[in-house]
Design a protein around this ligand. Structure first.
Ligand code: BGC
Length: 423
């Protein structure tokens, strides 16, 4: 494989989110999970992924066919084991880590901030710093406190006001964080909660989807300003999932349909947020080939356990596209569900090859965070998809480092050595 070239001081790490790893949460998702677990288990039996569930998934606890799989419960118990987990990240050569702060812990009742929980996140940041890991803090990774849900959640015109108040409080209380991410993947929530009606609050309505676009964009803008009002050194952005969209053929209708899809998934939200970005945070998972008016399914040559296509070269045009904004870029998520760890090493290397190419062509990429450090709770799919560099035994909570995590470490070390001798 050709040499990978990354600049000095590049951030290497992995990402997690509070609800997916902490355990013991109480928010809109936890309530929804309890109401929907049985249905989701039944749905998994009727509609397994393309290649079916592997033996690993069926034999390991919890299996996709059990209702326990769909209840986040104690998750990875990361709330209590974060130091152990950061020891692992350090041993894997990481120098940065992305995590999220659970709004429902900090503000369980409207306007009442829980100092004990703020202290918890101070400890998290301290533990990261002690291990030489730069913290990237996300303020909203999808879960909503129950009081905010009862006001209409992300559909409420008041969402930006409450969210920015929480963001300001966090920036004041946690000045040790320099890199803030306001929202995680707003367009994923718009698509899954409001367009497809799959996630809470399962409102399948284009009007609601359009409304939430605007509300979340205002939430980002207000939080961006609020953070800067208390921390002048902060660097603020939001986690943006971008899909590589291509037309299937040169047919003009197909080309138009692909443009339309590209606009809604990649351009519209960015447009609504204007210049409120100190950096761009790219999260890359999907490649879509669009055909119109007929429907053609992507011929997926390489797929994950979830049946998602793996298409590393798609990251390159997306980097080139956001490169035009001339701001630093961090890849804040990119990962694969691969329980047996047969794809992950190649997955990481191939994506990094394309990142390295973009860098050589002048795109200012400054970090790569693999999703995820740990196996975790994959939303409406529950625990069975295994994204972790580290495998979790959900019965014992033991952590087992997967071989690909050491391979990732080799890439990090090699690139750090190379960057030292670079002119
Ligand atoms: C989300 C994560 C999720 C991952 C894998 C991203 O869209 O930010 O929360 O687990 O993708 O689906």
């Amino acid at each position: 494989m050709e040499e990978l070239n990354f600049p000095k001081n590049f951030f290497w790490g992995s990402a997690t989110s509070a609800h997916q790893v902490e355990g013991g949460n109480h928010n809109d998702w936890t309530e929804w999970e309890k109401e929907n677990a049985l249905r989701l288990a039944e749905n998994a039996r009727l509609n397994p992924p393309q290649e079916g569930f592997s033996d690993y998934n069926l034999k390991n606890y919890p299996s996709p066919l059990q209702k326990e799989n769909y209840i986040s419960g104690r998750a990875c118990d990361h709330y209590n084991r974060f130091r152990e987990d950061f020891d692992i990240a350090k041993s894997l050569g990481h120098n940065a880590h992305r995590f999220s702060i659970e709004w429902s812990r900090i503000e369980p009742e409207e306007g009442k901030f829980d100092e004990k929980e703020i202290e918890h996140y101070r400890e998290v940041i301290k533990a990261l710093r002690e291990r030489g890991l730069e913290p990237f803090g996300t303020l909203w990774h999808w879960t909503i406190p129950l009081w905010m849900r009862d006001k209409g959640g992300a559909e409420s015109r008041e969402f930006p006001k409450y969210f920015s108040r929480f963001s300001k409080k966090m920036a004041e209380s946690l000045p040790e964080i320099k890199f803030w991410m306001t929202l995680n993947e707003p367009t994923s929530v718009i698509a899954n909660s409001y367009k497809r009606g799959l996630w809470p609050p399962q409102r399948k309505s284009i009007l609601s989807a359009l409304r939430v676009f605007k509300i979340l964009a205002s939430a980002h803008i207000e939080a961006y300003n609020a953070i800067h009002s208390v921390n002048l050194d902060a660097e603020v952005g939001f986690g943006n999932i971008m899909n590589f969209v291509e037309p299937y053929s040169k047919n003009p209708l197909t080309v138009l349909a692909a443009k339309f899809r590209n606009y809604w998934s990649n351009e519209y939200f960015l447009k609504l947020t204007g210049d409120t970005h100190d950096f761009y945070a790219l999260q890359y998972y999907f490649h879509f080939k669009i055909a119109f008016p007929q429907k053609i399914k992507n011929k997926n040559k390489w797929t994950s356990d979830m049946g998602w296509e793996i298409y590393p070269e798609g990251i390159y045009p997306l980097l080139k596209r956001i490169g035009k904004y001339k701001k630093p870029i961090y890849i804040t998520e990119n990962g694969v569900a691969d329980a047996k760890d047969i794809h992950r090493e190649k997955f990481i290397k191939e994506h990094l090859k394309w990142v390295s190419k973009a860098l050589q062509e002048g795109i200012d990429v400054r970090g790569y965070f693999y999703w995820s450090l740990l196996d975790n709770f994959e939303w409406d799919k529950g625990f069975w998809p295994r994204f972790g560099l580290v495998e979790i035994d959900y019965k014992t909570m033991e952590r087992h480092i997967r071989p690909s995590a050491w391979k990732f470490k080799e890439i990090i070390q090699k690139s750090e050595e190379l960057s030292k001798v670079a002119p």
